[in-house]
Ligand binder design. Structure first.
Ligand SMILES: *[C@@H]1O[C@H](CO)[C@@H](O)[C@H](O)[C@H]1NC(C)=O
Ligand SMILES: *[C@@H]1O[C@H](CO)[C@@H](O)[C@H](O)[C@H]1NC(C)=O
Length: 786
């Protein structure tokens, strides 16, 4: 007994000493694929799953690999998922008549993982055949991946094992094992011995390092070549089933950096994939995968339950699927991107296709994505919103993602708006949108989310009003598996803030310098010459300001360098507030003084320059033919920007009342499905491409609800009862409308969408938009009433 104990101790010691636990090392981080797994290291093993219907000669044309909106899917999402543990994805493929469940699990140290894939054919298609291809390519090593065991030119009976070694991952093995749905040999009329669909097949080749992602094109070319070859050689090709014809043959002697494993199943099917790193503390194999799946799904649902505590059962299922879908978009990218540092913005005639990019990088980015099928890359404007529902759920992940983004701040303080890193991502973006211009910025939502996060930690809701004190951190129950350590460890948190502070300051200064508006020229700061807080989004065209994030929102026409944008001034206010909080936390007294002064200037100019008493709203500003200042007032989301960014003085109840008027009037922004974008009576409402001109956007609705909650709580001293009760009613109804409509549309369509129509609530634009529309989960968690 004692000896066994000793052995056990020695064993655990060695094993635990071998690898540093990292729950987030592996994941389906190639989120633009239905199931694409990689690790968070620059040169990883890249793996992916493909499938097609094997009864139909033509089906390989629509082989599944990248998640594409054009594929006819009833559902295709992670439905219970957490990046630390794994979870379950369901893909209900209408065209190939199969329902696929993918369970992805990790071992305790995160260095090994497994996947169990199960397929159930739709009713009426019980004996249909489906071919799966699992492929893996090792980046950075030309000779690092091998087939293990004796070579079988006619295929394998018990799955296929690969072994590999790489600088970043060490030694590992990868095992593919079919369990159920094997085709009955006696029924298969085999024409050629080496094209036997009852077996597993393997094919390997050498490809250029950055070509592994082209696995699908490579495979389809090989299969089509093989078909042509067979047609040339055999007259009776018609007697061969598609599953025989499309069987892969290894022509490359079992070595190479890209390996395909193929198996064709009939009817109900199941197979496993195991990746085990050498020295990892828990091997995943066929005897423990089933309990591991159970363990994983349990952990995932417990973590969700504890963090969201929703009572309504319908809400719970919806919310968990939405959160899982959002997290299923967690991605790791590594590569270079195109930047044009030579072209100077010509305000009159700026067109993005005039840009000439040069590659910079490589960079890495750990980020969520707005939509796996449609926008599978990092977006600076979206990312802050993606992280809001995760603040209480897994703040460590939020900190980590924020840091990953802020590492991209360049020497000047700039971050590219869209992160199109590497050739794979570029292949999916039209050329005219690939090149980024360093003068163009985007709403700094990451600073907003960091602000929210720090408010939670410091326990001070009124960051705007009161100085911050970091005192006691609440003891948090971390028993369900991590994600809240930084929040509860003052030293670690301080270190984190120290690390990001210089970069953030630079980033903030960059915004102010590059987006500064004109004031002296138009007598805009005569009363206070020192106050230069006025800004204009750079890079707008006649119809669009992509920088603002609100693309085609109506702005001054024609574009004029005299323009000032109230939403941008508000965003500068958000940035200033955050750097001030960080300066306070770090005890940087001089900075605190400076940012406090700027804060006053920003608030003053929001009202002095942008408040139009005639319109009773905040407006953009420009000049007329006589160079006199005039308001440009396309009433809508930007008219309430100082309100939703909490930059209005709570004592200014007259203006706050005006905000409530705009938001609650059905002729203005109120609709039964959420707050619409532009005034219904505006001449520009629902015109042109109508992207940001009428629909309901969930990110802005979330900010509105949060601001109502904030002002309602701080206003009780100043506002009369009527205003207070109007705010409460507005909040309660708006929150309920958004939840009810999004839930309705989810039941109807099976998906969450990019926008919702303001007249009948129907879902529109991008389907499966689990980026900021996922804020509905956070909205569900907010109190029902104030
Ligand atoms: C198939 O997929 C749907 C989602 O579209 C799911 O609700 C259902 O339970 C699945 N059915 C089977 C038999 O797996
Ligand atoms: C599976 O792995 C476990 C350790 O995690 C081991 O105890 C067991 O023997 C393995 N089973 C098989 C069939 O290899």
């Amino acid at each position: 007994m004692i000896i066994r104990w000793l052995l056990f101790l020695v064993w655990t010691h060695c094993v635990h000493g071998a690898v540093e636990p990292d729950q987030l090392l592996w994941g389906p981080y190639r989120s633009s694929h239905y199931f694409g797994v990689r690790s968070r290291v620059p040169q990883s093993l890249l793996c992916g799953l493909m499938w097609y219907n094997a009864d139909d000669f033509m089906a390989i044309r629509n082989i599944r690999h990248f998640y594409e909106l054009g594929h006819d899917m009833n559902k295709a999402n992670w439905v219970e998922y957490d990046p630390r543990f794994g979870g379950r994805q369901i893909i209900d493929d209408n065209e190939f008549h199969v329902n696929i469940t993918i369970d992805f699990v990790k071992n305790v140290d995160g260095h090994s993982w497994g996947a169990r894939v199960q397929l159930v054919p739709h009713k009426g298609f019980e004996s249909s055949r489906t071919t799966f291809i699992w492929y893996c390519g090792q980046e950075g090593e030309f000779n690092g991946l091998f087939l293990q065991g004796p070579l079988e030119p006619n295929g394998y009976d018990n799955g296929v094992e690969l072994v590999g070694e790489s600088t970043y991952l060490g030694a590992y093995s990868m095992y593919f094992k079919p369990n159920q749905g094997i085709i009955d040999k006696t029924k298969e009329n085999l024409v050629l011995k080496d094209l036997d669909p009852t077996k597993t097949h393997h094919l390997s080749l050498k490809v250029q390092d950055d070509h592994v992602w082209k696995a699908k094109d490579i495979l389809v070319t090989i299969l089509q070549d093989s078909l042509r070859d067979l047609m040339g050689k055999y007259e009776n090709i018609d007697s061969m089933s598609p599953s025989q014809i499309y069987t892969m043959r290894d022509m490359n002697k079992y070595t190479g950096n890209l390996h395909f494993i193929q198996h064709t199943f009939e009817g109900k099917a199941q197979f496993d994939i195991f990746y085990n790193e050498e020295g990892s503390s828990e091997v995943i194999n066929e005897s423990n995968i089933a309990p591991m799946v159970t363990r994983t799904l349990d952990k995932v649902s417990t973590k969700f339950e504890q963090s969201f505590m929703l009572e309504n059962v319908h809400h719970k299922q919806f919310a968990h699927e939405v959160l899982s879908g959002l997290l299923g978009g967690l991605s790791y990218f590594y590569g270079d991107y195109l930047v044009d540092r030579d072209t100077k913005l010509d305000e009159e005639s700026f067109e993005s296709h005039d840009l000439h990019g040069k590659l910079e990088g490589p960079f890495e980015l750990f980020t969520l994505v707005p939509s796996r099928p449609h926008f599978p890359r990092g977006f600076y404007w979206d990312e802050g919103f993606h992280l809001m529902p995760l603040i209480d759920y897994d703040s460590d992940l939020v900190f980590e993602i924020i840091q990953s983004w802020f590492k991209l701040i360049d020497e000047d303080g700039w971050i590219a708006r869209e992160q199109i890193l590497g050739p794979e991502l570029r292949s999916r973006v039209p050329v005219e949108f690939q090149v980024q211009l360093p003068e163009i910025v985007n709403p700094p939502t990451l600073m907003l989310v960091l602000n929210y996060l720090l408010e939670k930690i410091t326990g001070i809701e009124e960051v705007v009003e009161q100085p911050i004190k970091v005192t006691e951190y609440a003891e948090m129950d971390d028993s369900y598996g991590g994600g809240l350590t930084l929040m509860n460890n003052k030293e670690k948190l301080n270190k984190y803030i120290e690390d990001i502070y210089p970069q953030l300051k630079k980033h903030y200064e960059f915004f102010k310098q590059t987006q500064i508006g004109m004031f002296d020229e138009f007598g805009r700061n005569e009363h206070d010459p020192a106050n230069t807080q006025a800004y204009r989004w750079r890079g707008r065209t006649l119809t669009h300001s992509l920088a603002s994030g609100l693309d085609d929102y109506p702005r001054v026409l024609p574009a004029d360098i005299a323009e000032l944008n109230v939403d941008l001034l508000s965003w500068i206010g958000v940035m200033n507030r955050l750097v001030k909080i960080l300066a306070e936390l770090l005890g940087e007294e001089d900075d605190v003084k400076e940012y406090t002064a700027i804060e006053e200037q920003i608030k003053s100019n929001i009202n002095r320059l942008h408040w139009s008493e005639d319109d009773r709203a905040y407006c953009d500003v420009s000049v007329d033919d006589e160079d006199e200042n005039v308001f440009y007032c396309a009433k809508g989301y930007i008219s309430v920007f100082p309100f939703i960014t909490k930059l209005m003085d709570p004592k200014d109840t007259d203006k706050i009342e005006a905000m409530i008027d705009i938001l609650s009037d059905p002729d203005h922004l109120w609709s039964d499905y959420g707050i619409r974008l532009l005034l219904k009576s505006s001449p520009l409402y629902k015109t042109a491409e109508d992207y940001w001109r009428s629909p309901i956007w969930i990110n802005i609705n979330y900010l509105i609800l949060d601001a109502l909650k904030y002002y309602r709580s701080v206003l009780s001293e100043y506002a009369n009862e009527e205003l207070q009760s109007r705010m409460s009613v507005l909040y309660k109804n708006l929150r309920a409308n958004i939840i009810n409509n999004m839930l309705d549309q989810w039941v109807k369509t099976g998906y969450v969408w990019e926008q919702y129509n303001d007249e009948d609530g129907h879902a529109q634009r991008t389907k499966n938009f689990l980026g900021w529309s996922s804020l509905v989960v956070e909205i569900m968690k907010m109190p029902e009433q104030l």
